[in-house]
Every structure is written in C-alpha cells, then in structure tokens.
Design a protein around this ligand. Structure first.
Ligand SMILES: [Cu+2]
Length: 339
C-alpha cells in the first residue's frame, strides 16, 4: 500500500508540469484570439503614436512559452524550440521515468528474490551509446544552421540603427539617415512634475517609453550595440534579438521585422540600480511613415547608391622600344614583310 502511494505521488509530481501546460493551453489560445483587440484606441493621427496590441510584442499574463515571433529567424527559432527540442526532452523524460518505474516494480525484492548477476550486454551498450549520439547530431544540424542565420551580416541596403546603453536609458542613432539621435526613457505611472505620464496607448507598465526606436517593416535592420558606461543587453523577444551592449566595443546583429506594430523588450544585463527601468520599445512602420519620421527628426534618407559595376580595363600603354632603336615609322626596313 505504501509503495503504491509512493508511486502515485511520484507519477503525480512528474506529470504536474504537463498538466499545468495543458491547463494553460486554452488560455494561450484565448490570448491568440484576443490578439486583434487593441489595448487602447489609437490616438489622433497627428500624434503618429502607434498603439500596441495585447498579445503582440509583449508578455501576456498567465501564458507559458515563448512570445509570438515576427522575424524570419524568430519563427525558425520558435519552431526549433517547439518542434525539435521540447518533443525530444519530453520523450527522454518519459522514457527514463518509465524505465525507472518499471525497474522499481519489476525487480523489487519480493518479486525478484534472486537478482541477476549480469554485468555486460554488448547490444545494450552499443544502443545506449549510439542513440544519444544520433539524437545530438539530429539537434546539432538545425541548431548550427540557425546560429549561422542569426549572425549572418546584414546586406548593403540594411537600415543601420545604433543602440547605446546608458545608466539607465537607451539612445538610438541613425548613422545612415543624417546621424540624428533619439533618447528613450521609460514612462512612469507617477512621473515627476512636468514629465509625461504613461497611458495604455504608450504601452504596458514598465515597458512604455517616451521615444521609441522606429524601423521600417520588411527591411533588414543592422543593429549595432554599444554602451556609454557598463554592460547592458539589448533584448527584443518578439524578434529573437538579444545582443550585449559593451563599453568600447560595437556588436552587430541583423534582423527583419515582418509586421507593423509596437514591440517591447528590456535591458537583459544586470546593469545597476535601475536596470529594471530601461525598457526598449520598437515601432515598426511602413516605408513611407519611416521616411516621414526621419524627416520629422531632422534626418534625411540615404542617397540611392549606384550598383557596383566593374571598371572597364584601362588602355594599354604603347610598347616601349629600347632607346637605341629609332621609332617604328622611321625604321620601315625592320617591319617584317612577306617577300
Ligand atoms: Cu541596462
């Protein structure tokens, strides 16, 4: 009886995460269904402030799992997590737990009073060496190609944004667009006198900022990060972007936002007392809106670059004759003839 109780307890503990996940699944589905519902009505067009949408680009209450992805690498990484890693981990856990339970029951003292003295089994030893190797190779192939895709350098038409970490806010520079800079501070619910107060149109509490980083939709972004003081980390979960911002060094990562909207992230390196209060907000807009925003900030769109064409070869200089010979025209006798 005691053994049965212990077994039931062990099975219950082992299955608890799976049950919790199953219970959360309908909530997750409900959240996805509520995706289209805006958090707040968009403000007047003159403000040009895009309102965030619940469930997009921000964490959702009572949901486990990764945020929905809006970049090609993000979708690929999410697939890697959901379709490759999680099933393999669950299968291994279930197999090991099952074997353990089977051994406990099948080979207990009362059922198996004379234990086997077997110490080697070549077939089993080959299997338990080869199978893990094959599993690891199976994981390594998509994993390494994903890693390579994540660190593929941006193309020459990419929009460069330099994110600079400061204690405790971000500044965004646009070197290709006239080099203007945007200073981005968190909006507070109870701001100091004269400062702007956060509203739901700006974003969730602790994630809304006064000036967002703005990028065009569907265009490759060359993200450069550095820092003015200590190590920060630029993290934007919906784009699968996380890049350290290190003083005296510039890191680079390319990504592409596939859908217009507002996306929120945070500094992900413990950088001091107000580390939790330097959020990141990226506003993804159409190419026209991006152009208008750049103009409003006093910047300019980069000039159209002419495509690279190979130079025509330079004409060869006339052959140089030794100084003791007269010029060819003055020496017709030296020209070979047919007769
Ligand atoms: Cu920081």
């Amino acid at each position: 009886m005691k053994l049965a109780k212990t077994l039931l307890l062990a099975i219950g503990l082992a299955c608890a995460p799976a049950i919790a996940q199953a219970q959360d699944a309908p909530q997750q589905a409900a959240t996805v269904a509520a995706e289209a519902k805006p958090v707040a009505a968009a403000p007047a067009a003159a403000d040009e402030v895009l309102a965030p949408k619940a469930g997009i680009g921000m964490p959702t209450d009572r949901v486990i799992g990764l945020q929905a992805q809006f970049s090609p690498n993000g979708r690929r990484a999410l697939w890697m997590h959901d379709a490759v890693l999680m099933p393999i981990m669950v299968a291994i856990c279930v197999l090991v737990l099952g074997l353990l339970l089977w051994c406990i029951v099948r080979f207990r003292r009362s059922a198996n009073p004379v234990p086997s003295k077997t110490s080697h089994n070549t077939a089993i030893e080959v299997i338990w060496t080869l199978v893990p190797v094959l599993i690891l190779v199976g994981i390594a192939i998509p994993s390494i190609s994903l890693l390579a895709a994540q660190f593929k350098p941006a193309g020459k038409d990419a929009v460069t944004v330099k994110a600079i970490g400061n204690q405790w806010y971000w500044t965004y520079q646009y070197p290709d667009h006239g080099g203007f800079e945007v200073v981005s501070n968190m909006l507070e619910d109870q701001p100091k006198a004269g400062a702007k107060q956060r509203t739901d149109a700006d974003g969730p509490r602790l994630l809304a900022v006064d000036n967002r980083m703005v990028i065009p939709v569907g265009q490759e972004i060359r993200l450069l990060t550095t820092s003015n003081d200590v190590i920060h980390s630029f993290a934007m979960p919906s784009f699968w972007v996380k890049l350290d911002a290190i003083p005296g060094r510039v890191n680079e990562l390319a990504f592409k936002a596939e859908k217009e909207g507002v996306y929120f992230g945070q500094c992900s390196e413990l950088c001091g007392a107000r580390h939790a209060y330097m959020p990141i907000a990226i506003e993804v807009v159409s190419a026209e809106k991006f152009k208008a925003w750049v103009a409003a900030k006093g910047g300019k769109m980069p000039g159209r670059q002419t495509p690279h064409r190979p130079r025509p070869p330079l004409p060869l200089p006339p052959p140089r004759l030794p100084a003791f010979l007269p010029p060819p025209a003055a020496n017709p006798a030296r020209v070979p003839t047919d007769d």
